[in-house]
Write a protein that binds this ligand. Structure first.
Ligand SMILES: [Fe+2]
Ligand SMILES: [Fe+2]
Length: 172
């Protein structure tokens, strides 16, 4: 079985309930659902609904990426003693996802279905999230001190649970 930083690849490790990893895993599910909504609406040519769902997805993705890049990754780099490698790859993929989102938003703004780009995004997002859930989050969980774990959990939950600006969400 291949190894990634000492972790066997291909084995699903479920994060403990009160952990930043679990909070982020659950947030991946919300993001998946929003993406599925965008895809279905775009395929139905319900472009206003697709744009609304995409806006909501982007708001949620922004804060998800903020938790990872601003809170979790620096802690990871601290315990691993480096700032490149795994966290660098994750950040590069975040930028790739955002570039794809820009293209999808541009198509939807012109009432054009962006089925191909959406399929590409779903595939990229799935791979990205699987790597995080199977390798990256468990490794962070194993290596961080309990006090750092607890602080990260609280910060992640506070950031992801904060109400959205405006009237409670772009789709409401
Ligand atoms: Fe990520
Ligand atoms: Fe993530």
């Amino acid at each position: 079985m291949p190894l990634f930083l000492g972790m066997p690849v291909g084995r699903t490790m479920s994060a403990p309930p009160a952990s930043a990893a679990r909070v982020l895993e659950e947030h991946h599910q919300l993001l998946d659902e929003l993406l599925a909504t965008v895809r279905a609406a775009s395929a139905d040519k319900a472009f206003a609904a697709a744009r609304g769902a995409l806006d909501w997805f982007r708001v949620e993705l922004d804060r998800h990426v903020r938790v990872e890049e601003q809170l979790m990754f620096p802690l990871f780099d601290g315990v691993m003693g480096r700032s490149e490698g795994p966290t660098g790859f994750r950040c590069a993929e975040h930028r790739q996802i955002n570039a794809l989102l820009d293209r999808i938003a541009a198509s939807l703004a012109q009432d054009r279905d962006s089925g191909e780009e959406l399929a590409e995004l779903v595939a990229l997002f799935e791979t990205h999230n699987r790597k995080e859930e199977q390798m990256f989050y468990p490794l962070i969980h194993r290596r961080l001190a309990d006090s750092d774990q607890a602080a990260l959990f609280e910060d992640a939950r506070r950031l992801l649970d904060a109400p959205l600006a405006g009237d409670g969400g772009p789709l409401r």
